[in-house]
Design a protein around this ligand. Structure first.
Ligand code: ADE
Ligand code: ZN
Length: 346
């Protein structure tokens, strides 16, 4: 077996993937047509092209605006899970969605949640890939609207919805603004994570851990500028859900060989790879491994460590985690034994 096939075939979990960023270009076009929404061009692939997080978020909002009824949410969730299964042997994903990008347009929270749950459950039945949902605070929203979002979410909660996260542009809106939303989510039984230090200093990581009560950190790249925060995350076994392609594009790291993920892994931080917004960045969960692993010079043992970090970082219960880790480990070893000599370092 050759390297790329190995990297695509190994079993994976994904903990940092946004449903609105996973809509296929053709589906985006279809959805716009279905609801009579005019787009700037008929060639929607051309819209999936940006140089900054701000440009990206405009299109992310445009994609969101084409989702209105329960079938729409079910369709995009199903297709996103199908893509993960087909392109990267995805087995389990905790997937973000941005409720207020929909509820502010008048879509009921229950329509969003029930549609997404319907889609991921149908994909599990067809492909065996399991999905769970994490609602994201959109940082450019007013904090009172975010708290209201959490309260509305808790009213329509179902077992597929397991957590609260936070995304959108980090630099202008620091995490401490949203402490009430995180407190309410925790009181309602949700697990907590947040995008942090993606585009802001590492103090945002500390704030997310200490003030908001986050259990994982999404991104976290600027941690490399603060050895004390690195040490604290090592001591507390904090997991980082990192995203090679999306961040290389919007934060100007010229290529993956200089991506801070490499320094984070070298520092001993627990990282796992994700596709973030796969269709919107022309990537997929398989491609993230295919591109990042050789760029970093990682070998089979490091790949296995990253995959198993992902399992450990899930919010599955301990019995399910142990079973998944054992299954993945055996499958990965079996695939590694099929690698042609010289394809990957040990
Ligand atoms: N929304 C979707 N993807 C995001 C990212 N990588 N950073 C911030 N907000 C996002
Ligand atoms: Zn993200």
């Amino acid at each position: 077996m050759l390297r790329d096939e190995f990297l695509r075939s190994i079993p994976k979990v994904e903990l940092h993937c946004h449903i609105e960023g996973s809509v296929r270009a053709a589906t985006f076009a279809d959805q716009a047509k279905k609801h009579g929404i005019a787009l700037p061009t008929d060639d929607v692939e051309k819209l999936y092209d940006y140089e900054t997080i701000y440009e990206f978020l405009v299109i992310f909002g445009m994609v969101s605006s084409t989702l209105l009824d329960q079938d729409d949410f079910a369709r995009v969730a199903y297709e996103a899970m199908e893509d993960g299964h087909r392109l990267g042997n995805l087995r389990y994903r905790e997937m973000f969605f941005n409720p207020t990008l929909h509820t502010k347009r008048g879509v009921p929270m229950k329509t969003v949640v029930d549609g997404l749950a319907e889609g991921i459950n149908a994909a599990e039945a067809d492909f065996g890939v399991k999905g769970r949902l994490i609602a994201d605070v959109y940082r450019q929203d007013d904090p009172a609207d975010c708290l209201q979002m959490v309260e509305e979410l808790l009213e329509v909660l179902r077992p597929e919805v397991i957590g609260l996260g936070m995304d959108a542009a980090e630099a202008p809106d620091p995490p401490e603004k949203f402490v009430d939303s995180f407190r309410a989510a925790k009181a309602g039984g949700l697990r907590l994570t947040s995008h942090a230090s993606e585009d802001a200093p590492p103090v945002n990581i500390t704030t997310c851990l200490d003030l908001l009560g986050c259990e994982r950190i999404d991104h976290g790249y600027h941690i490399l500028s603060d050895p004390a925060v690195i040490q604290r995350c090592l001591d507390d076994d904090i997991h980082f859900t990192v995203c090679p392609t999306s961040t290389a594009v919007v934060y100007g790291w010229p290529d993956l060989t200089s991506h801070p993920i490499i320094g984070m892994v070298d520092a001993g931080l627990k990282c796992m790879l994700n596709s973030d917004d796969p269709t919107m960045f022309h990537t997929d969960i398989g491609k993230e491994y295919v591109d990042m692993v050789p760029a970093a010079g990682w070998g089979v043992a490091k790949v296995k460590e990253l995959v198993l970090n992902g399992v450990e970082a899930t919010w599955l219960d301990d019995t399910d985690k142990a079973a998944m880790a054992a299954e993945f480990s055996a499958e990965l070893d079996r695939l590694a034994a099929e690698l042609e000599p010289g394809e990957l370092p040990a």
